[in-house]
Design a protein around this ligand. Structure first.
Ligand SMILES: [Zn+2]
Length: 196
């Protein structure tokens, strides 16, 4: 069995170093990304859409050239454990999701996916075993075509200097940067210090 170009054990090693632990979602996620890659025309450049923040974005980043940083991985947090790989030129692609129906014959997978048992009562060994045995049979597939907004790279446009913090930001965000509005994630922020 291969996950992308890796053997299962090599993929597991890479997950450990990149994601921190071999979460079940990383194992299923790897199988899903592999299944999407197999159904895509390998000669075409492609982008990814990930429908959840959990685990799956890291499986995409490990197994494809699509990352958050290069802009080829779009996280659209719909809360569904699903991803799409699509051709940049045509917008046509394949969506892969973890099928609730197909977990029926794999009780540990079902317990994990539907959170039927608290985590401490789940059996991680049996879960991993069932994920690897079930493999791609846990997935459902759909052909999709993405909206035009996902085909062109969105530029930042003109840059402005924020009159409050003095840092630069995309002018189309408004008269001050978002860091100087209530969108700031900081409860407090200290004085600026610079190396001279
Ligand atoms: Zn500012």
């Amino acid at each position: 069995m291969k996950i992308g170009s890796y053997s299962v054990s090599e993929y597991v090693r890479r997950v450990e170093s990149f994601h921190g632990n071999v979460a079940p979602g990383m194992l299923i996620g790897g199988i899903m990304v592999d299944a999407a890659l197999e159904r895509l025309n390998p000669t075409q450049l492609y982008d990814a859409i990930c429908e959840t923040h959990s685990c799956l974005p890291d499986a995409i980043q490990l197994l494809t050239p699509c990352t958050v940083g290069n802009g080829w991985l779009h996280i659209v947090d719909l809360g569904r454990f699903a991803l799409t790989l699509y051709e940049k030129a045509s917008g046509k692609g394949v969506r892969v999701f973890l099928s609730m129906d197909k977990t029926a014959q794999w009780p540990e997978v079902r317990n994990w996916y539907l959170k039927l048992k608290p985590k401490k009562e789940q059996d991680p060994e049996a879960l991993r075993d069932q994920i690897l045995k079930a493999g791609v049979t846990l997935c459902g597939f759909q052909d999709v075509e993405v909206l035009p907004g996902f085909l062109t790279k969105q530029g930042k446009g003109a840059i402005a200097r924020c009159p409050v913090c003095g840092e630069t930001y995309p002018k189309n965000h408004g008269p001050v940067c978002r860091g100087c509005t209530d969108e700031s994630p900081y409860a407090s922020i200290g004085q600026v210090s610079m190396i001279r």
